[in-house]
Design a protein around this ligand. Structure first.
Ligand SMILES: *Cc1c(COP(=O)(O)O)cnc(C)c1O
Length: 809
C-alpha cells in the first residue's frame, strides 16, 4: 500500500491535480472491466490496442478516483474529487512504480529468462521449493513489459523468495525489465527460435536476454549454452551438463516403462538416480535445470528425489468446459495460491452466460496468519452465489464469505456430497491445489462426452479480434458476426467473450439465434440479417434489430409496430450494390425514404451493403464500384432522412484489402474464427475438430473396406475406424482417400466411403493405437479445396451433436 503522495514521488510526473494525497492505493488497474475495488485503485491509462484514456469514464463510474494519464486534453471538471497524475509515458510510470516497490523486498529474487520453458521452470521451481519456503511467483505468463510490472506490484514481505519470469520480443526490452526485476539469481532456460523475428541473429538475441543477469551474483544454466564468457567475469556460475567441469554432471538418461525417464547425476562426491514422469526433450531440459537450482540452494540429493515425484506437466489450466444441467465448469485444479485464485476469479466473472456463480475451493499450502488474512479479505470482495470449501483449514473463511457456504473435510467427502447437490445454469470455478485432486470433482460435474469434440480456444479468438482491431483507425466500430452458431464455434460462449472485449455490435442470421444470446446474458446490440415475419414479436421482446431489405418486409414490420404502438425501433437498411441477394436496389431508395419520412415507428440506426469479392484482385474495379454506389446511396438516404446513421460495408477480407471501405464500422466474420483467407495475418487457429480411433485391424491385400466395397486394399493394411461420419458434418465427399486426418502428428487418408457415424483411415504406414486422438482437419483450407468448397462450409457443417469444448489458453 502506498499513498498517492508516495506514488507521486516515484513516477516522474510532469504535472498533477491532486484531490487527496493521503488516499491509500492497494491496486493497480489498467483494464476498466476488471475493477472491483475502485476507491483504492490507481488506474493507468495505457495505450495498447485500445487507448486506456477512453475508459476513464468507465473506471470513474466503478469508483476509481486516481488516474495516471498522458493526455492533457482530459476534461477534469467532469470528474469530481479525483487525483490525476500526468506523465509522458504511462507504461514507464507503471514500471517505475513497480521498480520502486521491488526495491523494498530484501529477500532473494530469482529472474528466469530464455526462449522456451520459462513458465514451466518458474511453476516447477515454485512447486519444488514451496514446502519449506514461501515463494512468490509472477502469475501465469506475466512476463512482458506490462506483465512484469503488475507481477512485481503484488510482491510483499510475506514471502521468502520471489521467482519472476522475463520475456522479450524486441531489442531493448530486457534492459527495462532488468531495471524492474533486478534479480539476485539468474536462471537461463535455453536459446531457441521463438520470437526470433525481432532480432538480427541468434547471438544478438542471446546478448539481449543476458541483460537480465547484469546485476546478478549467480547465474544457473545448462553448460551447453556456453554462457560463461558472455557473462560479467565476477559473476558466479552454476552449471549442469555432461562435462567433467560442470557443477552438476548428467551421467545417464534412460527412458523406462510408460512415459518416465531415469536420470543419473553426479554432484560433489555423490551419485543419485532420479525418476521423472516425462520423456520429451523439453520437459527433461526443464527438470534438469530445476534440479540444478535446488542443488544450488543446498538441498540434498535424496530430498530432491522425493520432491520430484510430485512434479507433473502443466497443461489443463483454466479450462472452460460444458457441465451437467447447462452449467459451465472452469477447471483450474493444477495449483492454488492467492495470485492464481485471483486470476481464476476474474475469469469466472467474465462468464456472462450464467448469472449464478459458484466457487469450489480447496485448502492452500502454507497458509499462515498473514496469508489467511489476505485470503479472507479477497473473499470478502467476491460476488459469489455459493461457495464450497474443501479442507478443514479453510473453515475460518466462512466468516468472510457473503454467500451460502458448505465445508467438506476432504475431496472424497465432497464427491459423496455432490450426489445430493444440484448444479444448474451456473458457472462453477473449481480451484484447488494438486494434492486435493479436484479434477475428479470437475470431471463429475462435466457433461458426458461424445468422443468427437470441437475444441474452441477462446484465447485464440480474442487474439484474432485484436489482430483485426489493430488494423483499424481509432473510432471505427466493430461488428462481430456470430451467425450460424458463430461459424460453427458455438453461440453464447463466443458472444460472451466478444462482449467482454467490447465489440460494438453482434450479428446473427435469424431471430431465434439472437433470443438464445439474450437468454444467456448478452447485452450488446444485435442485428438480425434475415428477420422473419413470424418472429417480429421475438425481435421486440428481445431488443433485436432487424435488417430491412425489401418493401415487403418493411411494410410488414411497420404494420406490426403500428399495432403495438411502438416508436423509434432501431432498424438497419440493406442496399444491394452488386451481391444481388438481399437489399434495396439504389433506384428504390427514393421510394424507401418517402415511406420512412412518413413514419415514426422506426429509426434507421445503420445502412449497410455487402461486398461480393473484397478478397479478389481480379474484381478490384467491381469492388470499387460497389463502395462508390454504397456511399452515394447512403448520402442520399442521409440527406432525405435528415439524420445520421452508421455506415458499414467491409467484411473480413475488406478489413485487410480495403481501408477505404471502413466507414463507421466493419463486420468481422471468418477472420475472427482464425481462417485467414489471404494468408497474410498471424491469426491463431480457434477450432480443432477431434475424434478418436475406436478399432484397428490388420487386413490382407484384396479385402475391401466399407459400404459397396469402395475401399479396395492393394496391400496388406492396417485400417483404423474413427468416430466421425457425415452426420457429424464430415462430408461423404471426403471418402476414398480424398480426406486427410492427422494421427500422432502424421497424416493419413480415408479408405472407402464415409459412413453416417464413422469412417475408416489407412494407418498402415504410421504409429497408431486404438483410442489415439485424431485431428479431423489438420489444414482446413486444404480440406476445403479437396472437395471443392470453402472453409466456411466445413466449419458451419460441423453438426450440433458434436460437443463444443471451450478452453482459454
Ligand atoms: C457473413 C457476413 C459477413 C462476414 O463475412 P466474412 O467474409 O466472414 O467476414 C459480413 N456481412 C454480411 C452481410 C454477412 O452475411
Amino acid at each position: 500500500m502506498y499513498t498517492i503522495s508516495a506514488i507521486l514521488s516515484h513516477v516522474h510526473a510532469e504535472a498533477s491535480t491532486i484531490f487527496d494525497a493521503t488516499l491509500p492505493i492497494y491496486e493497480l488497474e489498467y483494464d476498466s472491466r476488471k475493477i472491483r475495488n475502485g476507491a483504492h485503485s490507481l488506474f493507468f491509462a495505457l495505450k495498447n490496442v485500445r487507448d486506456g484514456h477512453e475508459f476513464i469514464d468507465d473506471a470513474y463510474h466503478k469508483g476509481v478516483r486516481s488516474f495516471v494519464v498522458s493526455r492533457v486534453d482530459i476534461d477534469k471538471s467532469r470528474y469530481a474529487q479525483t487525483n490525476f497524475i500526468e506523465v509522458k509515458d504511462v507504461l514507464l510510470a507503471l514500471q517505475e512504480l513497480a521498480a520502486f516497490h521491488r526495491r523494498q523486498f530484501k529477500k532473494p529474487v530469482i529472474g528466469i529468462t530464455g526462449s522456451n520453458g520459462k513458465t514451466v521452470v518458474k511453476e516447477w521451481l515454485t512447486q519444488l521449493l514451496q514446502d519449506d519456503k514461501r515463494i512468490y511467483q509472477s502469475p501465469k505468463s506475466y512476463n512482458s513489459q506490462l506483465g512484469v510490472a503488475l507481477a512485481l506490484w503484488n510482491l510483499s514481505d510475506d514471502y521468502d523468495c520471489a521467482i519472476i519470469e522475463a520475456g522479450i520480443s524486441l531489442p531493448g526490452e530486457m534492459a527495462l525489465l532488468e531495471r524492474m526485476i533486478r534479480p539476485d539469481i539468474g536462471v537461463f532456460t535455453n536459446i531457441g527460435l521463438a520470437h526470433a523475428s525481432g532480432f538480427s541473429s541468434k547471438a544478438v538475441k542471446l546478448r539481449e536476454k543476458l541483460e537480465l543477469f547484469k546485476h546478478c551474483t549467480d547465474v544457473i544454466f545448462n553448460s551447453s549454452y556456453a554462457l560463461d564468457d558472455k557473462l560479467v567475469p565476477t559473476m558466479r556460475t552454476f552449471r549442469y551438463g555432461a562435462r567433467a567441469e560442470d557443477d552438476v554432471r548428467v551421467l545417464r538418461m534412460e527412458e523406462n516403462g510408460r512415459g518416465s525417464t531415469q536420470i543419473q547425476l553426479a554432484f560433489q562426491n555423490e551419485i543419485a538416480t532420479f525418476s521423472v514422469p516425462f520423456q520429451d526433450k523439453a520437459s527433461l531440459e526443464n527438470v534438469l535445470l530445476c534440479i540444478t537450482v535446488l542443488l544450488y540452494f543446498g538441498y540434498p540429493l535424496d530430498t530432491i528425489s522425493l520432491k520430484l515425484r510430485k512434479l507433473k506437466s502443466l497443461d489443463m489450466r483454466l479450462q472452460l468446459k460444458k457441465g451437467k444441467n447447462n452449467s459451465s465448469i472452469i477447471d483450474d485444479t493444477y495449483s492454488n495460491d492467492l495470485a492464481s485464485l485471483q486470476i481464476a476469479l476474474d475469469f469466472l466473472y467474465q462468464q456472462q452466460q450464467h448469472k449464478k456463480k459458484t466457487l469450489i475451493l480447496s485448502d492452500m499450502e502454507g497458509l499462515d496468519e498473514k496469508l489467511r488474512n489476505k485470503l479472507g479479505t479477497l473473499m470478502e470482495r467476491q460476488l459469489l452465489d455459493r461457495v464450497i470449501l474443501v479442507g478443514s483449514g479453510l473453515s475460518f473463511l466462512k466468516a468472510h464469505i457473503h454467500a451460502p457456504v458448505q465445508l467438506f473435510e476432504s475431496t472424497e467427502d465432497l464427491l459423496a456430497g455432490l450426489k445430493d447437490t444440484t448444479f444448474e445454469n451456473e458457472s462453477i470455478l473449481v480451484k484447488g491445489s494438486r494434492a486435493f485432486h479436484l479434477e475428479d470433482v470437475s470431471q463429475f460435474l462435466s457433461a458426458k462426452s461424445h468422443e468427437t469434440v470441437l475444441e474452441i480456444n477462446l484465447k485464440a479468438l480474442e487474439h484474432n479480434l485484436q489482430v483485426y482491431r489493430s488494423l483499424l483507425p481509432v473510432g471505427v466500430k466493430m461488428m462481430a458476426m456470430v451467425k450460424a452458431f458463430s461459424y460453427g464455434s458455438g453461440s453464447y460462449e463466443v458472444a460472451n467473450l466478444l462482449q467482454f472485449n467490447k465489440v460494438d455490435y453482434l450479428t446473427v442470421a435469424f431471430a431465434d439465434e439472437g433470443v438464445e444470446l439474450r437468454q444467456h446474458g448478452i447485452e450488446l446490440p444485435i442485428m438480425v440479417l434475415s428477420p422473419d415475419e413470424q418472429a417480429f414479436d421475438l425481435l421486440i421482446a428481445n431488443r433485436l434489430e432487424p435488417e430491412i431489405y425489401s418493401f415487403r418486409i418493411l411494410h410488414a414490420f411497420l404494420e406490426f409496430l403500428a399495432d403495438k404502438r411502438i416508436k423509434g425501433f432501431p432498424i438497419h437498411i440493406k442496399i444491394d450494390t452488386g451481391m444481388h441477394r438481399l437489399g434495396f436496389l439504389p433506384e428504390e431508395l427514393d421510394e424507401l425514404t418517402t415511406i420512412l419520412q412518413q413514419v415514426r415507428s422506426v429509426h434507421v440506426k445503420s445502412v449497410l451493403s455487402h461486398l461480393v469479392a473484397s478478397g479478389s484482385e481480379e474484381h478490384r474495379a467491381f469492388t470499387e464500384d460497389q463502395i462508390r454506389r454504397f456511399a452515394a446511396g447512403a448520402d442520399r438516404l442521409e440527406t432525405q432522412l435528415g439524420y445520421k446513421f452508421l455506415r458499414h460495408i467491409a467484411n473480413t477480407s475488406a478489413i485487410v484489402h480495403w481501408p477505404g471501405a471502413y466507414m463507421d464500422m466493419v463486420r468481422l466474420g471468418i477472420g475472427l474464427y482464425g481462417v485467414d483467407m489471404d494468408g497474410r495475418l498471424a491469426l491463431d487457429a480457434v477450432s480443432q475438430l477431434k475424434t478418436t480411433i475406436t478399432q484397428i485391424k490388420r487386413l490382407p491385400a484384396g479385402a475391401t473396406v466399407g459400404y459397396d466395397r469402395k475401399g479396395v486394399l492393394f496391400r496388406e493394411s492396417r485400417i483404423a475406424t474413427v468416430k466421425i461420419g457425415y452426420a457429424d458434418g464430415y462430408s461423404r465427399r471426403f471418402g476414398n482417400g480424398v480426406g486427410e486426418m492427422q494421427v500422432n502428428g502424421q497424416l493419413v487418408k480415408t479408405v472407402g466411403s464415409i459412413c453416417m457415424d464413422m469412417c475408416m483411415l489407412d494407418v498402415t504406414d504410421i504409429i497408431a493405437h486404438e483410442e489415439d486422438e485424431v485431428v479431423v482437419f489438420p489444414d482446413l483450407r486444404k480440406a476445403a479445396n479437396a472437395i471443392g468448397t470453402i472453409p466456411y462450409e466445413l466449419l458451419v457443417n460441423i453438426s450440433s451433436r458434436v460437443k463444443r469444448v471451450y478452453f482459454y489458453g
